[in-house]
Design a protein around this ligand. Sequence first.
Ligand code: ADP
Length: 620
Amino acid sequence: MKKFKAESQRVLNLMINSIYTHKEIFLRELLSNANDALDKLYYKSLQENLSFTKDDFAITIEIDKKNRTLKVIDNGIGMTAKELEDNLGVIAKSGSLEFKEKLENAEDINIIGQFGVGFYSAFMVSDKVEVLSKAYGESKAYLWSSTGAEGYTVKEAEKEGWGTEITMYLKKSAENENYDEFLSEYRIKELVKKYSDYIRYPIKMDVEKTRAKKDDDKKFETYTETETLNSMVPLWKRNKSEITQEEYQRFYTDTFFDYEKPLKVIHTSAEGAAINFNAILFIPSKAPFNYYTKNYEKGLRLYTNGVLITEKCADLLPDYFGFVKGLVDSELTLNISRETVQHNHQLKKIAANIEKKISDTLFAMLENERESYQEFFKEFGIQIKYGIYENWGVNKDKLKDLIIFHSVKQDKYITLKEYVQGMGENQKYIYYANGSSIDSIKVLPQAEKVLECGYDLLCLIDDIDEFALKMLGEYDKKEFRSISGKDLGLDEESAVTETEADKKILEYIAEVLKDKVSKVKLSGRLKSHPVCLTSEGEFSIEMEKVFSNLPNTQGLKAQKVLEINANHPIYEKIKKVFDEDKESVKDYAKILLTQAQLIEGLPIENPSEYSDLVCRKLSL
Ligand code: ADP
């Protein structure tokens, strides 16, 4: 008896003890494995000119009520003894691993359906599972057998022909747990229709039927007949006008393991001399839980002439549309190997075509279904903005009209084009502000003057936003200006003049705060608020915040300017005490800086010192 690898053991335990209500998905998983095994052999036969045709392949389901077993049999590629060990003793698929991680953290058993949980799901319904397999071209067959937790055995066995036969010894039914249903022909038929109708090889089962006897039509006899349970026509080969939205949705949720129906379905095809393909693409409603991590793999399923070539062909999607799920079936030359797919020029054309389709769909949504587009942007907008920024902006022109920001003046999301259309003649720049929320941006001290001039302000909430705008540089020849940047470009700004007395005070404060700010000045942009922080140079305070969260970039600092409102009573106060009480001025300086840092959402180094200072001042 051999033990399962630790990882597999844990997934297996979850399966065995599963209280998951959709145990029925085990059949889908086994049929999909059988389908892959047939695909692999068919693919091999096309490459090596073995004389198979598609009609030589089938999947068979056998029910044995007496022995309470259910079998799934295929005449696909099969497995050698080593493959049985390697494939069934460890978790082969990253999906299963993700599933395990997620489960351990969330304890939410209902997410099982989101993942391709694979072969182990057989243990949700069985006490014991046997896999009898003979690899194509080998003479020996092997039997893998396991009752779950203890481990598994592999030994030599007899089997006619190649392929794999999986036998599930079903668990006994108990209260609230019915396993007998999987011995019912009717139920199995129903499950195949529900989950596996599109499998492109026949799924056959002997079905018991009754008919009138030939010699006496008052009497009935039972007989068995082999039925094909699935329709075998893949959805994408059917006529668009005959496919209902429900069918697309069902296909999406079953195939891509999502709970929610897709936000948008794109069913497209191209026929021509250069390229010939059918594609069904989906924009998910929600980003997958691992979407913004390095574990997420983008890609579309690629079939050629109905044979699955690869599960995830990454080259069919640009990174910025990496959220799209779906498949492409094309008449590519079949002798391309799975590895060289990316170098195929036909594939490049298909990819370009698909990108255009996705882009057109998004623009149409933006134009005609703004609410849906906002939903989309909430989930995947970061990706689009990142697309503008990455690779030194090569794709920025394709993407710049797809981004939206919240507008303070209009109190809704608008495009850059809409911002520019709303600009008055006097306004030279596109203004934006960074903040953690729209509400916090609206009340930023720096925002007051800009808004008072009647200019609109775009709210930048995500880390990537300012990087994307900096990459764009301008839109429609209008430069972007941060309200916390050096120069707002407002005429009123220059009005502030600093007297000699002011200069002395500001120099003194600058000396007190010299490690924290590079300059202290009287502000031209503040109206009622006492202080704010702005920055000089290209590297903004927001960027400093972003970089402080990344490894190896913590040392990067913006050149900060502390701006004080000359008309605020606090400045009057400082002026008054400046000559006789420098200690107080020091305290005021520190308090003003900390307040400005708080407004910017910057971390403060010594909160308790700040608290003591404020309380001391308040109790005077
Ligand atoms: P996967 O998601 O990779 O299918 P499974 O746990 O379901 O994960 O299966 C693990 C591996 O076992 C498969 O990748 C495949 O190589 C092999 N396998 C499973 N079922 C069969 C089968 N019926 N015929 C041949 N190989 C199979």
